[in-house]
Design a protein around this ligand. Structure first.
Ligand code: FES
Ligand SMILES: [Fe+2]
Length: 395
């Protein structure tokens, strides 16, 4: 049952408590961080996932919990394409099935292996990331990864991903990267000057925003030798749930892949994409050999200091939110409420799909009932009550 207090919560208070839908692909780790024969822990909305790379080079993802004593499987060892728990040596395959137990089972019987399973999650690798589908595996094939043409072409644009964990709820981060009203914070770097939100609209799961803003003041645009002009007086951003991106003149783009860890922690992978860069004044294209160190320099002296300003503000906002959760907010940017509506809607959809999945698993008389990563029984109970009280079934 929803309490009276919860019914009175503002949309903002509600959104700061929800996770992101598991029925999407999430970049959970950089491919280069997981070598053959190794495992690594990833987290998705208060849940732990064991990622491991087998000897065939493929990554697999399991619930990070041995079915025996519930200890983390990432403390175990990879053997072939399986993961062995460090304690009593139970072995799990990539589908979460326990396929071997190294000790006697009961009294002297080693031949009868009991039917034991833990949850697994579909995995794929692309753009240098390990993507995990933490929700209902049966939906994974129908859901695409984000499409990034600049990385799909024959000569993909080089980029250096930035992997940072921010002490803030994912919805705050989203509001930060898309709300240019905070130009004051970046007055030294001037990534956007005099912003004006010209238009915004939602089409299915994507909210697009068009800003008029003078981008020519940005230090990176100046360093790149760009001239002030038509191409640099506007910027398009979009939130293509659950991914966020922006585009300036098809030449400067960024993508942000967020992984919600809990109410106050979000892992973020930023991908900044720069098209052909030229040497200022002589307008000669910078050769590929110099591009890599140049990207490192841009990150070091521009992107990371700029992001650090946002990190500071987000951490302040998170602490302030915990201190004053129900204080009224004055909000002048309409996209903020659009984001919040969509985040709540998507979380409800995720819970509804998990309620349906539970019914389906019971109908099929499955021995093991699995829930999507990050979903608890309490979440499902609360969702069922909410649907009943409202008298409507969410889509
Ligand atoms: S706790 Fe994993 S095998 Fe015993
Ligand atoms: Fe910012």
């Amino acid at each position: 049952m929803i309490t009276q207090k919860e019914r009175k919560e503002s949309r903002r208070e509600q959104v700061r408590k929800v996770g992101q839908s598991g029925n999407y692909w999430y970049a959970m780790e950089l491919s280069k961080n997981l070598k053959k024969g190794k495992s690594i822990e990833a987290k998705f909305w208060k849940s732990s996932i064991a990622l491991f790379r087998g000897e065939d080079g493929k990554v697999r993802a399991l619930e990070n919990r041995c079915a025996h004593r519930q200890i983390r499987l990432t403390s175990g060892v990879v053997n072939g394409n399986n993961l062995i728990c460090q304690y009593h040596g139970w072995t799990y395959d990539g589908c979460g099935k326990c396929i071997q137990i190294s000790h006697e089972i009961g009294t002297g019987k080693k031949d009868k292996l009991p039917n034991i399973m833990i949850n697994y999650y579909p995995v794929q690798e692309k753009y240098g990331f390990i993507w995990v589908f933490p929700g209902d595996p049966e939906m994974a094939d129908k859901v695409p990864l984000p499409s990034i043409p600049q990385l799909d072409q024959k000569k993909p644009w080089k980029f250096i991903p930035i992997d940072i964990t921010i002490d803030a709820h994912f919805s705050m981060i989203l509001e930060n990267v898309c709300d240019f009203n905070h130009a004051f914070l970046h007055r030294d770097y001037r990534p956007f000057t005099d912003p004006h939100l010209r238009d915004y609209y939602r089409q299915e799961d994507t909210i697009t925003m068009e800003y008029d803003t003078d981008l020519s003041q940005s230090q990176v645009v100046k360093v790149a030798g760009e001239k002030q002009g038509k191409e640099f007086d506007n910027m398009t951003l979009w939130y293509q749930y659950p991914y966020q991106a922006s585009n300036i003149a098809d030449k400067y783009l960024h993508w942000l892949f967020m992984v919600p860890i809990d109410e106050k922690t979000t892992r973020c992978f930023f991908v900044f994409l720069f098209g052909a860069l030229e040497i200022p004044l002589i307008r000669v294209q910078i050769p590929q050999s110099v591009r890599w160190p140049l990207l490192k320099l841009i990150n070091k002296f521009y992107v990371i200091p700029l992001l650090n300003q946002d990190l500071w503000a987000l951490n302040e906002e998170q602490v302030a939110h915990e201190k004053h959760p129900d204080e009224h907010h004055y909000e002048f940017n309409p996209i903020v409420s659009e984001f919040q509506k969509m985040s709540l809607e998507k979380w409800d959809q995720y819970l509804q799909s998990e309620v349906d999945r539970e019914v389906r698993q019971k109908d099929e008389k499955k021995k093991f009932i699995f829930h999507g990563c990050g979903v608890t029984k309490a979440d499902l109970d609360m969702h069922r009550a909410k649907v009943n009280e409202n008298g409507k079934v969410l889509a």
